[in-house]
Design a binder for this molecule. Structure first.
Ligand code: ADP
Ligand code: ASP
Ligand code: MG
Length: 412
């Protein structure tokens, strides 16, 4: 018996008709002799709608109730997918996360998968069930509360199931036919990659390329899951899509593999903080406790005992960050003259394992942005990426210019 994992994202299950099309694909894999674990997302737009309800009801919401609400979109599609398969005479049933049970940490809205027991589902396969439909994105904590895995988390559910069941492959069906050199919505010159290395995909995902959730790539890398991204809209051959694989399995690649962006960033500056040992801990400790995901950090040169500390975070965490800093100030843990939030910035990054062995890549990025008249507000680099924070109005221009400058429309 070979188990195949097939994951269908929001647009692939957006209507009953699309669910039927997805179910037909599943039926074909059953006919090919696989037992199939199907992971489904909520219908397109549903999770955003639910998040909106929560934010409107309670701006600084209790994350446990957020999870109770936003996880519900997947319950609907899991049941509908099982019903559709049954209508096609394919033996199928649905599982919500807690029924598996997919056990996670209790970090609500960003929970980590800790355990996926397989006995129950394997027993059903043994009894003739052909498809286990699992509601993606959700699990249950050891405290018995419903959790979610962070936005885009159904990808991670899929890879985790593939690892737990030792699946032959994990196919991620989405609305593009693979991983591109950049988001094909930003430039028509974006080129589909036949293969991409785990490390590059990991960086692209964590820097905003939402085609795969970052943790799904981490898991695939750790458990050596054969991970493929492909379109649920087009008929595709068996070697279609993009294979995410080990670096050794890629013959040739460009120095820069791709350009990623994250649209909704904010830059926050704490003005006039005391420049003393422990100040960074006093600022970033409370931010972490408040659940603010701080990304880039810059500390200005000290000016007579005080300094400015700038950091970036997702724009929807600005309120939390402001409250955490105001609370820390009221408690006497830090002192600052002002807190300025710039909520009109975005982050653009270039990624490639080739950067390890090529000098001058960052310089070329900065020159390209200069030639377009784009001011860089913050820079961070690592071994295989360079990221800049710029005004959001320049996002498309920057991505297109960098894609051109590094010749990403051409194969290596
Ligand atoms: P799903 O609902 O199937 O999970 P997502 O919307 O989460 O789909 O991810 C697919 C989208 O990711 C694409 O429609 C595309 O706009 C975006 N995307 C961003 N960067 C890339 C990239 N480098 N390659 C392919 N798609 C990308
Ligand atoms: N429905 C969830 C989201 O929109 C999870 C997913 O689609 O992967 O984030
Ligand atoms: Mg997704």
């Amino acid at each position: 018996m070979s188990i195949l994992v097939m994951k269908f994202g929001g647009t692939s299950v957006a209507t009953l008709d699309r669910i039927r099309r997805a179910a037909k694909r599943v039926g074909r894999e059953v006919a090919n002799g696989h037992d199939v674990i199907v992971i489904v997302s909520a219908m397109a737009g549903e999770t955003n709608k639910l998040v909106g309800f929560v934010e409107e009801t309670s701006p600084l919401y209790d994350a446990r109730e957020y999870d109770a609400v936003v996880s519900s979109g997947e319950n609907v599609t899991a049941g509908l997918m099982a019903l559709t398969l049954q209508e096609m005479d394919v033996p199928a049933r649905s599982w919500q996360g807690w029924q598996v049970p997919l056990i996670t940490s209790s970090a609500h809205a960003a929970a980590r998968i800790e355990e996926i027991p397989t006995e129950n589902i394997l027993k059903k396969f043994g009894e003739g069930m052909k498809v286990a439909v699992i509601a993606g994105f959700q699990g249950i904590s050891r405290e018995g509360r419903i959790t979610t895995l962070g936005r885009g988390g159904s990808d991670t559910s899929a890879v985790a199931f593939a690892a737990a069941f030792d699946a032959v492959r994990c196919d991620i069906y989405t609305d593009v036919d693979g991983v591109y050199t950049t988001d094909p919505r930003i430039t028509s010159k974006a080129r589909k990659l036949d293969r991409i290395a785990f490390e590059e995909m990991l960086e692209l995902a964590s820097l905003g390329a939402k085609v795969l959730q970052t943790r799904s790539v981490e898991l695939a890398m750790r458990y050596n899951v054969k991970l493929r991204v492909l379109s649920s809209f087009e008929e595709m051959s068996d070697d279609a899509g993009t294979l995410v694989c080990a670096e050794e399995d890629i013959v040739e690649s460009n120095v820069v593999a791709g350009v990623a962006y994250s649209r909704d960033e904010a830059k926050m500056t704490l003005q006039g903080v005391a420049d003393r040992p422990g100040i960074a801990a006093a600022i970033f400790g409370p931010l972490a406790e408040a659940g603010v995901n701080v990304d880039m950090i810059v500390q200005n040169i000290s000016d007579g005992g005080t300094t400015d500390m700038t950091f970036s975070c997702p724009v929807n965490e600005v309120k939390r960050a402001e409250k955490a800093m105001a609370d820390a100030k009221a408690a006497g843990a830090i002192d600052f003259a002002g807190l300025v939030a710039d909520t009109d910035v975005c982050k653009v990054s270039i990624v490639g394992i080739g950067m390890r062995s090529h000098a001058g890549v960052a310089a070329k990025m900065f020159q390209t942005l200069r030639d377009e008249g784009i001011n860089i507000k913050v820079i961070t680099t690592s071994e295989i990426k360079v990221s800049v924070l710029i005004d959001r109005k320049y996002l498309e221009l920057a991505v297109q210019a960098l894609h051109d400058a590094f010749g990403l429309h051409r194969a290596a």
